[in-house]
Design a protein around this ligand. Structure first.
Ligand code: FES
Length: 264
């Protein structure tokens, strides 16, 4: 069968856009925008899962070693030390980098950890180590990668500790809460970084077992420091109380640093 006659060509006036073309462009635009949005939401989480496995030493603070920060001018690796941490009331945790991923380093009043241990019935201080010069404080470290879609978590010092208990030590000052900027996921930093019920994350943040000590790099790539925050290993938390080793052993009383990293 021979093809029929071509349809008559449409006259396009100056300044007028062909109809089919503009509809297609809009469709393409919407499709591409959706693709970009999905990629933007998924890729950071996926990469943060994959990269440490394929290139654990590509970024600093890898493996056993100090939590680091970067020199803003030279990008050189600098160990995070106790001097970088702020006590309450400006108890903003320090966000450093360890094992390729963000690490939340937090200086916390021991009385708050004591009160949270009493309220929760588990030793919430088992991974916290004593501050080397201020006996009222301890230091603990969590991995700062949100368990929802992998964003780097942040902090809101105006929030209470969690939804059910906001002020563990009853001093009238809100404890502050880890807050993820992506979808408002929340975690109680005073209770083994438990995910706050009703917010998107399905599990608590992972714990970085650590100690405080001197650091020097035999290769000279990272500058030496005393009172450095030295990470040893990541304890993955898949569900509330996963990392509660004291609780599993049947000891639920407060004991500072009972599961902290030992000196190598
Ligand atoms: S990535 Fe969604 S709440 Fe953190």
């Amino acid at each position: 069968m021979s093809p029929g006659p071509n349809p008559p060509a449409k006259t396009i006036l100056p300044g007028e856009k062909p109809k089919g073309e503009s509809l297609l462009s809009r469709r393409d635009f919407v499709r591409n925008t959706v693709r970009l949005a999905v990629a933007g939401a998924i890729l950071p989480g996926a990469l943060s899962q994959v990269l440490p496995a394929i290139a654990p030493n590509a970024l600093a603070g890898s493996g056993s070693g100090p939590v680091i920060r970067r020199d803003p001018k030279t990008n050189a690796k600098i160990p995070v030390t106790v001097a970088d941490l702020k006590p309450q009331p400006s108890n903003q945790p320090f966000v450093g980098e360890w094992n390729f991923l963000p690490a939340i380093v937090y200086m916390v009043k021991i009385e708050i950890l004591k009160a949270s241990s009493a309220a929760r019935g588990i030793n919430t201080a088992q991974f916290a180590v004593p501050h080397p010069s201020d006996p009222a404080y301890a230091i603990l470290v969590y991995r700062g990668k949100c368990k929802h879609l992998g964003c780097t978590v942040g902090w809101n010092g105006l929030f209470g500790a969690s939804k059910d208990i906001e002020d563990y030590n009853g001093d009238g000052i809100n404890e502050g809460r880890i807050l993820c900027p992506c979808h408002q996921g929340q975690y109680d930093i005073h209770n083994l970084a438990r995910n706050v019920p009703g917010t998107p994350p399905p599990a608590p943040l992972d714990i970085i077992r650590m100690r405080i000590g001197s650091f020097s790099d035999p290769d000279g790539k990272i500058q030496a420091a005393s009172n450095a925050i030295l990470g040893a290993e990541i304890l993955k938390q898949g569900a509330y109380r996963d990392a509660d080793l004291d609780g599993k052993a049947g000891k639920t009383a407060f004991a500072l640093g009972s599961q902290a990293a030992k000196e190598a």
